[in-house]
Design a protein. Sequence first.
Length: 105
Amino acid sequence: MTKEEIKNIIEAKGAEFGFEIEKTNLTWGVTGKAATIQIFTETDYEKTDWENKTACVKVTASAFISSMGGNPDPEELLKAADEIARAAKFAKAINEMELAFTKKF
C-alpha cells in the first residue's frame, strides 16, 4: 500500500466518524472539544527489507480525552461523550486495518 492510499483511507475513515483529519509534519490528527486523535508512523524493523533498503512503516492511531474545563451542562456532556466514543471507535478501526506502507532508504 502507498502512503497516499493510506492518507486517503485515514481521511475517509475520519469523515465516516465525523472528523476532518489534518496532516501535520509528523502525524495526522484532529483535536476536538472533548477528544484528540493522533495517527503516528513507526518503522517495523522485523518487516524491513535491509538488503533492498525498503522500510516497512506501520500506521497506528490513538485517541484520548481532551480537557473540557468550565462547567458543562448535561447537553454539552452528552456531546462530549459522543465525540469521545467516536474518537475511540475511529482509532480502533484504523488499528484493526493494520495499515502499513514501504519506503526506500
